[in-house]
Design a protein around this ligand. Structure first.
Ligand code: NAP
Length: 187
């Protein structure tokens, strides 16, 4: 609640979406209940979670009242999150992908470069289009105006089935961030 109050003040009392950042094993249910209260009081529009695995979401399903609007997780072609994707789809929870371009990991990837050349777009646009085609909601971060524009325009072409198959073949479990069970909360 302290963290919420801090953000509420900084955002002039307008919060569209409030998330729990990581599923701390002893605290996430209590934290989520606080979020539910804020949603019930209409202080925030939607509530959700981040970095939750299926077991955390099942626990919420059995112990909380409001379904999370979305789960914000690391996802990109080399870490496609297929199992979690299927679960979220079944439960009607949106998948929001963080580090959707894996912070430049794909810059030299031949498959991505080839597809980008074919469509006359950039590698980042290919990656963002892959997310959208899969029904993911990517949140690329950029402080460069040219990149921001480029990212917005990544919906303006269609990847072919063959492109998608090639991009899906990159899935190798490459996780850039912490595993949710191993996050160093003590640090
Ligand atoms: N929930 C969580 O635990 C969690 C964890 C990590 C990140 N996140 C969030 O996810 C968001 C994105 O993640 P991220 O920043 O790690 O990864 P990202 O968006 O995949 O990568 C950001 C990097 O890509 C560059 N970039 C963006 N668009 C580009 C373009 N069109 N061409 C070339 N380079 C481009 C940016 O540089 P420029 O600024 O120069 O464009 C920046 O260095 C952030 O807002 C972050 O807060 C959440």
């Amino acid at each position: 609640m302290k963290s919420f109050e801090n953000s509420y003040e900084k955002l002039d009392g307008k919060i569209d979406m409030l998330l729990i950042h990581w599923p701390h094993p002893d605290k996430y249910l209590e934290g989520y209940r606080a979020l539910e209260k804020l949603k019930e009081e209409k202080v925030v529009r939607e509530i959700g979670v981040a970095n939750f695995e299926i077991k955390h979401l099942e626990h919420l399903k059995n112990n909380a009242n409001i379904k999370p609007f979305l789960n914000q997780i690391e996802a990109h072609p080399k870490f496609a999150q297929n199992e979690l994707r299927r679960y979220l789809e079944k439960e009607g929870i949106l998948l929001q992908s963080w580090s959707p371009t894996a912070r430049g990991v794909y810059n030299d990837d031949e498959i991505v470069k080839q597809i980008a050349k074919k469509h006359n777009v950039t590698a980042t646009q290919v990656l963002l289009n892959w997310h959208i085609t899969r029904g993911y909601h990517p949140i690329p971060k950029s402080a460069t105006p040219k990149h921001i524009l480029e990212n917005i325009q990544s919906t303006k072409f269609n990847l072919s089935e063959d492109d998608i198959i090639k991009l899906n073949s990159l899935d190798s479990g490459l996780r850039l961030g912490y595993h949710p069970e191993l996050f160093p909360y003590e640090k």
